[in-house]
Ligand binder design. Sequence first.
Ligand SMILES: NC(=O)c1ccc[n+]([C@@H]2O[C@H](COP(=O)([O-])OP(=O)(O)OC[C@H]3O[C@@H](n4cnc5c(N)ncnc54)[C@H](O)[C@@H]3O)[C@@H](O)[C@H]2O)c1
Ligand SMILES: [Zn+2]
Ligand SMILES: [Zn+2]
Length: 369
Amino acid sequence: MINVKAAVFVGPELPLEIRELQIDSEPGPNEVLVRIAASGVCHSDLHALDGEWATPAPLVLGHEGAGVVVAVGSEVDDLEVDDHVILSWTPSCQKCEFCVSGRPVLCQLANETAYQHVFFDGRPRLRDGDQGVKSFLAVGSFGDHAMVPASAAIKIRKDAPLAQAALVGCAVTTGIGAVVNTARVEPGSTVLVVGCGGVGLNVVQGARLAGARQIIVADVSEEKLELGRRFGATHTVNSREVDLVSAVHELTDGRGVDYAFEAIGLPVTIEACYEATSRGGTTVVVGQVADGVKISIDPFVMSDQEKRLIGSNYGSSRQSIDFPRIIDLYLEGRVDLDSMVTARIPLEGVNEAFDEMRSGRGIRTVIEY
Ligand SMILES: NC(=O)c1ccc[n+]([C@@H]2O[C@H](COP(=O)([O-])OP(=O)(O)OC[C@H]3O[C@@H](n4cnc5c(N)ncnc54)[C@H](O)[C@@H]3O)[C@@H](O)[C@H]2O)c1
Ligand SMILES: [Zn+2]
Ligand SMILES: [Zn+2]
């Protein structure tokens, strides 16, 4: 048994509480114990904290983590103590129809367990005295240690700094993957990205990698639009000041874009993305809405103009392929992770990091343990 210092979600709109929890030091046969080195703070944590997503308490939030393996289960043969790993928030059973067909983000077992914040056996791994404490998406990276299914610990090279690597565990893979895996944007395409947060800026990087010829970014913050340019945008639209759909049509000679990515999670911007695409265009919903929210689109236009509306979960990633690949691209200077880390804090600063995110400042705050 070891102690884990963690930021615990105790209920919607209440500050996270820093507590000392307990975890078994012996992993189950197919698990690994990871000493977390760094965790990003993602808007999906904020959806839970603000009560926009029904989330059980007590629970350790955080799902964008990287660290070092400290103990390995008896049946794990591809990880060793001291391996550096990025954590995945979709552990995969590697047996269901989705896993076997190369879509581990849709894993049946993960949907029934990790998405309910418990492990494959239906139980939590952390305890606060007698009480079980769940781990967000079976990760819980707002704690200095985490037990995870072995399929959720992806080995990476040891020369990558773990603060930057942590971001590959959510925002970077989600954003780049939405472009290259989900939408498969072709070179020369025109792309719109709405929302320049941690996820949206990585959609921009993905569009640049894919060879898009025009990358229009929209946000309500001038600071974020400037960052959009730094990551590869060719045009910016301040959608607080001008009508987004008209601005995109003006920038594309009235045609609309080939691909529009929504990276906020608001019905109004999802609908605007759909309207800003050209005939035959594709809208990719990456941002995640609050529970129960619906959108409204014109299905006649959808059939008549062959418009496509698709969703992207975790960038349709296959984490064991995509994480090490993105780390290589970073270390070759082709993906920028350094500029993504706009603040580094101790765990105790986590509630202030959420205030920063609510105000729209910075890209990613990283907790370092
Ligand atoms: N699909 C997935 O797999 C996946 C994975 C991770 C995160 N997400 C979701 O992606 C979304 C973005 O996450 P993030 O961490 O980048 O958030 P973030 O808070 O860092 O960024 C949101 C951005 O949207 C901008 N914005 C807010 N309201 C706006 C409006 N009305 N018009 C234009 N811009 C506006 C903000 O200024 C900010 O730059 C969240 O909903 C999150 O839950 C989805
Ligand atoms: Zn996330
Ligand atoms: Zn599966």
